[in-house]
Design a protein around this ligand. Structure first.
Ligand SMILES: NC(=O)c1ccc[n+]([C@@H]2O[C@H](COP(=O)([O-])OP(=O)(O)OC[C@H]3O[C@@H](n4cnc5c(N)ncnc54)[C@H](O)[C@@H]3O)[C@@H](O)[C@H]2O)c1
Ligand SMILES: [Zn+2]
Length: 410
């Protein structure tokens, strides 16, 4: 008689290496510049010209009106090797790109209309939100077009543009849908940064402070030395910070043994559960970097109050954020009533769902050293939020100084 319970297993194992260069440069669209051409032609195995769709952040296009002409001229100068799919696609800048699923749909339609195939390129030029949206559309079209990212904000060059994730918001939930899709190349061109608003200029430093607290004490001390120069918009201070921050993120993805985040631990999401909740609560009027600064303060305060983080370390973190110009609470018109507080705390539940059912929050034990915990006392977390808001009960014991106006204009 046949054994109905018998199971046969054919074991399938695939090992697929991913490799991509992350360049730091200036003037990428100067005709004689090699970097772009190399990236676009290095994989061309046949004699065909590389076909490239250009997706340009509309905020960047407005701030740098000469850029479109430079892109056109660059493609004309190299039209024997590369071919630009016309027209240039102007993508709504900022979180608008991620909030409206119509933008994603419009991009996929444009890629198909332009006749792109899996050997074609999509070049995404813009802030982290545009890179996330274009990256998602490129990853799904024909199951994956080749993506070249040119990040144009400090945050995108230091963090959002160099990793392997993309995604858009859905139903009010931040990054609710997306994929893991390593890019083909990343070109960080520092010249783009000149036209950023003060708010967007400093935003990337929040991610640098985050990764320093998680991974690198000496980087934290360098940030302390550079704080005022970063706030004054000195390029010679910002560039090494972007390079180090990007390198630390790349090392984590490469060496952390979990590039596609299958496990629960997300050390580089330190401060992010509250940041994402605040962004969504404020209907995305709080910019990501400033929301991350708030999330870092909150989890630092909580870790200190639990007795897990020594007070001098908590004070140093608050002081660095103050000196860089981050508000204790990003100034968005929110009513900090009971409902707002409980919605913010629900961010912990969202984060748990996002992780796969088990809460795993990264908290600092020292600067440069963190641990993971599921032990979050919501009452104490709510008190910490209240304390950050300035209505603290035991203010004198807190490392938080009363809110003072920072120079950044919102
Ligand atoms: N995929 C990831 O791994 C990852 C990591 C971190 C953050 N993110 C995402 O990145 C987004 C935040 O990105 P961001 O901080 O770059 O902000 P952003 O993309 O929201 O851009 C901010 C503003 O700057 C404008 N802009 C872009 N470049 C400019 C320039 N050079 N000059 C003038 N204006 C310019 C944009 O039009 C926009 O209005 C968030 O959605 C966040 O979730 C993704
Ligand atoms: Zn972030």
């Amino acid at each position: 008689m046949r054994n109905r319970n018998r199971t046969e297993t054919y074991h399938q194992r695939l090992v697929v290496p991913f490799e991509y260069p992350v360049l730091f440069t200036r003037g990428a669209f100067r005709k004689e510049h090699e970097a772009l051409l190399k990236s676009l032609t290095q994989a061309a195995s046949d004699c065909r010209k590389s076909r490239v769709a250009i997706c340009l952040d509309d905020g960047l296009a407005t701030a740098q009106p000469e850029l479109r002409g430079q892109i056109e001229a660059w493609f004309q100068a190299h039209d024997d090797r590369v071919e630009m799919a016309r027209p240039i696609l102007l993508v709504p800048g900022g979180e608008r790109a991620k909030n409206d699923p119509g933008v994603f749909r419009w991009l996929v339609e444009a890629f198909l209309r332009a006749g792109l195939c899996r050997h074609s390129f999509v070049m995404a030029i813009g802030g982290g939100a545009v890179l996330d949206t274009v990256g998602f559309a490129a990853a799904l079209t024909h199951r994956g077009l080749r993506l070249i990212r040119l990040p144009t904000t400090t945050l995108a060059q230091a963090d959002a543009g160099v990793g392997v994730k993309n995604g858009i918001n859905f139903d009010g939930v931040k990054n609710a849908i997306g994929t893991f899709a390593p890019p083909f190349a990343v070109i960080n061109d520092f010249d783009f940064l000149q036209t950023l608003s003060d708010k967007d200029w400093i935003a990337g430093v929040a991610e640098a402070i985050k990764v320093a607290i998680v991974r690198d004490r000496s980087f934290f001390h360098r940030l302390e030395d550079l704080a005022e120069r970063l706030r004054r918009r000195e390029e010679s201070a910002m560039e090494p910070v972007i390079r180090t921050c990007a390198a630390l993120h790349l090392a984590h993805i490469r060496q952390g043994r979990d590039p596609f985040e299958r496990g629960a631990a997300r050390p580089l999401d330190f401060g992010h559960w509250a940041a994402h909740a605040l962004e969504s609560l404020s209907e995305y009027r709080t910019n990501h970097g400033h929301a991350v600064a708030f999330g870092i303060r909150l989890d630092t305060l909580y870790a200190w109050r639990r007795g897990w983080l020594p007070e001098p370390a908590a004070r140093a973190i608050f002081s660095l954020l103050d000196r860089c110009g981050f508000f204790s609470i990003p100034p968005v018109p929110l009513r900090w009533d009971h409902r707002t507080m409980s919605t913010l705390l629900e961010g912990l539940d969202r984060f748990r769902e996002h992780l796969g059912g088990h809460l795993c929050v990264t908290l600092p034990r020292e600067i440069g050293r963190t641990f993971e915990t599921d032990d979050i006392d919501r009452r104490l977390m709510a008190e910490s939020i209240r304390e950050l808001l300035g209505g603290a009960t035991r203010m004198s014991r807190s490392p938080v100084r009363r809110r003072k106006r920072a120079a950044i204009q919102f």
